[in-house]
Design a protein around this ligand. Structure first.
Ligand SMILES: O=C(O)CCC(=O)N[C@@H](CCC(=O)O)C(=O)O
Ligand code: ZN
Length: 364
């Protein structure tokens, strides 16, 4: 009993010290890394602190909400997430730098903003995920799998985002704010278009050209228009909260310390200016400024006999002549359009999961 109590006390002292350091430095990564499993009730007692003209509250490990004391107009609720895949470190470093700027008083937050480092357990082992791919578990899909860390984390992340968009725990009554969710990633393979974004399927809603202009300001002028509902984090916010949402691929996966942060300056500057309500001076949408792709569909891995006829060094957006046999399985996949291109080819996925996305150029 004495031992248990002192272990809890030691953990609590360690957390308090880390939290106090965060209040000075804004180093969210340093606060997240040692507490990968989440916060205990004891640690969770009162995790609010004041910033210049705003209040920050830690909701869980890797989940921080910042609410300005006065909301800028027009009203916006913004989610910026990173590290849903633990080895995609550049987005985590972007979020970390944004929070350092904010906590150290170099940047003001003018809109309610939720910052997320999504998968601390897989981040700490430098893996895409520990047991299950977190970015396939949203929209309640976590309910269909056996207990594991990502199942629990998906359920919690859904509830943090739901509560945030519904203003639970906010000083402000729910209002007619426009909602946004930018889920930042990096890709496993090199890409012919280094930065690109997946615009989640919108059903009958039109693609929003101002959002495409925003993506371009982030340095992302290649857009894939999603073809179907999915279990991704960005689709969750888009489908359930009408958020302007994107999965944003900012380059290739690299480890901590290996990212050239100058390559992410446009994304970092534009997202920072957005939360501060600065005038972004967006250039009006013009097809000529973009590489736009319609998603034709997925290549699915149906069985363990699945064979993907794509070499390991093939880049995203490599195109094939019509009639190329790209995958062999219970159902083969043969390209049907001239210039059909492959994105995210990966034979090393679970059964019934996406092993690639097939796209063709399009215009709006
Ligand atoms: O490079 C890869 O193979 C995967 C990179 C990545 O994590 N992409 C996201 C895209 C999600 C979406 O389709 O919106 C993912 O696979 O989860
Ligand atoms: Zn990813």
């Amino acid at each position: 009993m004495t031992t248990n109590t002192s272990l809890i006390d030691a953990a609590s002292v360690e957390f308090t010290e880390a939290f106090n350091a965060f209040k000075e430095t804004g180093d969210f990564l340093a606060l997240t890394q040692p507490f990968e499993q989440g916060l205990t009730n004891q640690e969770n007692a009162d995790l609010m602190f004041s910033l210049e003209q705003a209040t920050a509250k830690l909701l869980d490990t890797g989940v921080l909400v910042i609410e300005p004391n006065e909301l800028a107009q027009p009203l916006k609720n913004i989610v910026i997430s990173s590290g849903i895949h633990g080895n995609e470190t550049a987005p985590i470093e972007i979020v970390n730098q944004m929070l350092k700027d904010i906590v150290q008083g170099q940047r003001k937050v003018a809109h309610r903003t939720l910052f997320i480092i999504g998968n601390p357990v897989s981040m700490n082992i430098s893996k895409r995920f520990s047991v299950e791919n977190l970015n396939r578990l949203f929209c309640g899909k976590y309910k269909d799998i056996a207990p594991c860390y990502e199942k629990e984390r998906a359920e919690k992340l859904e509830s943090y985002v739901r509560n945030f968009f519904n203003h639970v725990g906010s000083n402000f009554a729910p209002n007619a704010a426009t909602t946004y969710h930018y889920d930042l990633h990096t890709a496993i393979r090199p890409s012919k278009h280094e930065k690109f974004a997946i615009y989640p399927y919108q059903g009958d809603k039109p693609w929003d050209k101002e959002q495409l202009a925003f993506m371009r300001a982030c340095g992302v002028n290649t857009i894939l228009f999603g073809h179907a509902p999915s279990g991704t984090f960005s689709y969750y916010s888009s489908a359930n909260f009408s958020a302007h949402a994107f999965t944003v691929e900012l380059g290739k996966v690299r480890g901590f310390g290996e990212n050239d942060m100058s390559k992410f300056a446009d994304a970092y500057n534009t997202l920072s200016a957005f939360v501060s309500n600065e005038d972004l001076k967006l250039k009006a949408f013009d097809n000529a400024d973009f590489n736009l792709f319609k998603v034709l569909g997925d290549i699915t891995k149906y069985t363990d006999n699945f064979k993907l006829n794509v070499a390991d060094d093939v880049s995203n957006f490599t195109d094939y002549p019509a009639g190329t046999l790209l995958a062999e399985d219970e159902q083969n996949y043969q390209t049907s359009h001239e210039g059909e291109s492959i994105v995210f080819p990966n034979a090393n996925v679970g059964i019934n999961q996406r092993a690639a996305l097939m796209v063709i150029p399009c215009q709006l």
